[in-house]
Design a protein around this ligand. Sequence first.
Ligand SMILES: Nc1ncnc2c1ncn2[C@@H]1O[C@H](COP(=O)(O)OP(=O)(O)O)[C@@H](O)[C@H]1O
Ligand SMILES: CC(=O)N[C@@H](CCC(=O)OP(=O)(O)O)C(=O)O
Length: 286
Amino acid sequence: MQEWAEKASVLIEALPYIQRFAGKTMVIKYGGSAMGGPFEQVILDIIWLKQAGIRPVVVHGGGKEISSFLQRLQVESRFVDGLRVTDGETMNAVEMVLGGSINKRIAATFYKNGAAAVGLTGVDGGLLKVRQKRQDLGQVGEVVSVNHDFLDQLLNAGVVPVIAPIGVDENGVRYNVNADSAAGAIAGALHAEKLVLLTDVPGIMRDTANGKQILNQVTPKQIQQLIEEGQITGGMVPKVEACLQALQAGAKHVHILNGEEPHALLLEVFTDKGIGTMVIGGNPNE
Ligand SMILES: Nc1ncnc2c1ncn2[C@@H]1O[C@H](COP(=O)(O)OP(=O)(O)O)[C@@H](O)[C@H]1O
Ligand SMILES: CC(=O)N[C@@H](CCC(=O)OP(=O)(O)O)C(=O)O
């Protein structure tokens, strides 16, 4: 009885947020770094959001798993500005790991817990149309357009799209897309209410005299400064760029949080304070 009373009080507290977000689209990027945490719990939280009337779209990464797969093949991983230099052999591995094992592991976990999810890559239905980003990166793509009609059809059918970040160009050539960039482009194209990036750090951190400090909010100007000062590096660079692009393209709110923290997603959506770092858009000079 007490357990039910506790559950009921949680539901009552969540009710205003459920009303606020019902029918709204939320893009959740599940980073490979966060997948070492409570994997099934994250999927259950997404199912919870869906049951509360939110339309979740999942975009996943898997950089760490690609690197260990490549290591077994004795292929070295090389990153430039947080992006994997991708030759033909690497592209095959990316497709196997992202489009194969990780994508299906996520879809199977939805299925196991009674939710309809469709796992696909950005190649399916021409979901992510891309072009080569830079010659020196090889087969790395940048998103040119998102087939949002296709995504709307899936969402209207009550399905959770689970998207691996692989794109296709007009010649049918497949490209490796950074998962944050893919999620940002999708959130922008859908004018999502929220883009939430789940990673393995509490948010954007800054070194201070008193140690590392989390920034609860950052503006484009602060982001620029932090990059110039070398405080934002590696995989965090494409992440913040994706956040700003999503906001410019029409996503309403963007957050970076620790997917390893229990119920991070629910804490972000169903509390006023939220957690992690909120990236503010608008004027790039602010
Ligand atoms: N200012 C910063 N604040 C937090 N993390 C940072 C920062 N700069 C660089 N990072 C690094 O970015 C990593 C997250 O990016 P990445 O490993 O690509 O994660 P994901 O797999 O979730 O995309 C963190 O683990 C951290 O090492
Ligand atoms: C071009 C590029 O760097 N693609 C990424 C795609 C996976 C990814 O982004 O995974 P995380 O979100 O876990 O980092 C890669 O090959 O690692």
